[in-house]
Write a protein that binds this ligand. Structure first.
Ligand code: NAP
Length: 528
């Protein structure tokens, strides 16, 4: 982790340096400058309306790091520093846990109907501030404003859904084995929850955890990514305005491993819920063993997108585009390998390449439709570049893109590669960038074997007009989510989660609330 943090710090410095160095040069600079003005005015507006918070949130109070340290939050599209936020560690986390524990005593006793009302109000506030939250997200994460506002709606939908589910946490009555007994099952909140979230969905990954936790009476300590803490802090402020008691939602950010270790070590934290890389997820799973915590993990994917000869070409192109290029390819459910049957390969490659060539790359605040924004930082660009170089060196051919975009900074061209083979790194690891590798296959069996030949098991997509095949292949795929003739499948009403090394547990839907509940069996004797 130390090396990851140093890499991030270096990335920050190099971005800031590069921004300053190139400001007076070339046409690109004029575009960047124009854009940076838009970003700056958005930042100024958000700051003056109180939307940009720079302190952590502990026990309902905005709090500096105890040693006064701060950390820069960078706009990935321009390299500019948006603000400096508190860089917290173990001591602040322990205080946040203590606040959450204190709040748990009362919040867990509030009626489900009251908790539901607070969550509903939080949903209303998130939605009524969707423009500001979207702008904040575009500033710190880079995704196009329309997509960012879309994420606010998606993120808020979990709050609305679990506001409703709060009232449906039912127990059971079990027919007794002895006539003088009555047997009951009640469900109770697990306790204080540590929620650790990534930068690619700065709001939705938080609400998908915090909403069900609050709905059933848990309290939370949220650790957002240090790259995107601002949306999390703004959402926390709105939670208090919604009437969720101070201390029920705490936010600490900064030194990830210190915060993580404090959450793991505390016996008061009864559950860790994590979304992020498989490597960090494994560390947290091992660390949670010491205090036997409940754990949910939403980890990385390596999604196959299978196009069969009998697919509707337009539907397949549209679906593959949506699943591959959303958030510049930086989602865990992005198509990572596009497997295309030989009979449709040429037609699909041609139509898909044309559609990719037409995608607009740009700054998130650009007027008009932008399809692809920047990557999160230099490290992400280097990773994508190295994967593409590895593929080319092993025989892949570039149909579209294949290099950094002329906009500079962390923009990368939407890319299509063909002649991709299994031994290439991008066929085996998560690309997390706008690169679509096309692989040819002959038979359905071969497609299933290739699709399942990975330790990941999050999302998979198939495109076919054959009803029997769609069932057969869906059932054979070792994945937690399958999209049939559809590239965008996430919704608050359906269970989201992976199998194999993509994770444990499910988020969203009626199943998602179980992750925050303990079951208690009560046996009442002497009842005659
Ligand atoms: P990451 O590096 O694992 O970081 C995720 C979170 O963990 C961040 O808040 C990070 O903090 C924190 N963290 C890092 N090291 C830690 C440690 N030792 N102890 C405790 N916390 C620690 O992942 P990422 O790069 O942000 O996100 C991309 C990954 O998330 C991809 O693999 C993607 O597939 C996965 N993802 C999965 C889902 C899903 O639902 N399955 C959804 C979205 C993303 P800092 O950022 O502050 O260092």
């Amino acid at each position: 982790m130390a090396s990851a943090r140093i890499a991030k710090a270096f990335t920050r410095r190099s971005l800031t340096h590069r921004f300053t160095a190139t400001r007076t040069q070339s046409l690109f600079c004029c575009q960047a400058h124009q854009m940076s003005t838009d970003a700056s005015s958005a930042a100024a507006r958000l700051s003056s309306s109180g939307f940009i918070r720079s302190q952590g949130f502990i026990g309902g109070k905005w709090t500096d790091a105890y040693d006064g340290k701060t950390i820069e939050v960078i706009n990935p599209a321009t390299g500019e520093v948006i603000t400096n936020v508190s860089c917290m560690g173990a001591r602040e986390t322990n205080d946040a846990i203590a606040s959450a524990q204190e709040a748990f005593i009362s919040w867990s006793k509030v009626t489900a109907a009251e908790r539901s009302k607070c969550l509903r109000k939080w949903y209303d506030l998130l939605m009524s501030h969707k423009e500001e939250l979207g702008q904040l997200m575009t500033l710190e994460q880079g995704k196009p404003l329309k997509e960012a506002i879309g994420e606010v709606g998606y993120g808020a939908s979990f709050v609305e859904f679990f506001a409703e589910e709060a009232k449906r946490v039912y127990g059971d009555i079990i027919p007794a084995t002895l006539s003088d007994r009555r047997l009951f099952v009640v469900k109770q909140p697990v306790g204080v929850v540590g929620a650790i979230t990534p930068w690619n969905f700065p709001l939705a990954m938080i609400t998908r955890k915090v909403a069900p936790a609050l709905a059933c009476g848990c309290t939370v300590v949220v650790k957002p990514s240090e790259l995107t803490p601002l949306t999390a802090l703004a959402a926390a402020e709105l939670s208090v305005q919604a009437g969720i008691p101070r201390g029920a939602v705490n936010v600490v950010m900064g030194n990830a491993s210190e915060i993580g270790d404090a959450l793991l070590a505390s016996p008061q934290v009864r559950k860790i819920t994590f979304t992020g890389s498989t490597a960090v997820g494994k560390k947290l799973m091992a660390g949670a063993a010491a205090t036997v915590k409940k754990i949910s993990l939403e980890l990385g994917g390596n999604a196959p997108c299978i196009i069969f000869d009998d697919a509707d070409l337009d539907v397949a192109v549209k679906g593959a585009l949506a699943s591959k290029f959303r958030n510049s390819g930086q989602t865990c459910v992005c198509a990572n390998r596009v497997l295309v049957q030989e009979g449709i390969f040429e037609k699909f490659a041609d139509a898909f390449s044309k559609a990719v060539e037409n995608m607009k790359v740009g700054h998130g605040f650009t007027e008009g439709a932008v399809d692809v924004g920047p990557l999160i930082n230099d490290a992400a660009v280097h990773k994508v570049e190295s994967f593409v170089q590895d593929a080319i060196s092993k025989g892949a051919k570039v149909l579209v893109g294949g290099k950094k975009h002329s906009l500079g900074m962390t923009f990368y061209e939407p890319t299509v590669l063909t002649d991709v083979k299994n031994e290439m790194i991008l066929a085996r690891e998560e690309i997390f960038g706008p690169v679509a590798p096309l692989q040819k296959f002959k038979t359905e069996e071969e497609a299933i074997r290739k699709a399942n030949d990975t330790n990941a098991g999050l999302a998979a997509y198939i495109f076919t007009t054959n009803m029997q095949r769609s069932w057969r292949v869906s059932e054979a795929l070792e994945y937690g989510l399958v999209g049939v003739n559809e590239g965008l499948i996430s919704t608050e009403v359906a269970p989201f989660g992976g199998v194999k090394q993509s994770g444990l547990g499910r988020e969203g839907s009626k199943y998602g609330i179980d992750e925050y509940l303990e079951m208690k069996y009560i046996c009442m004797g002497n009842m005659n």
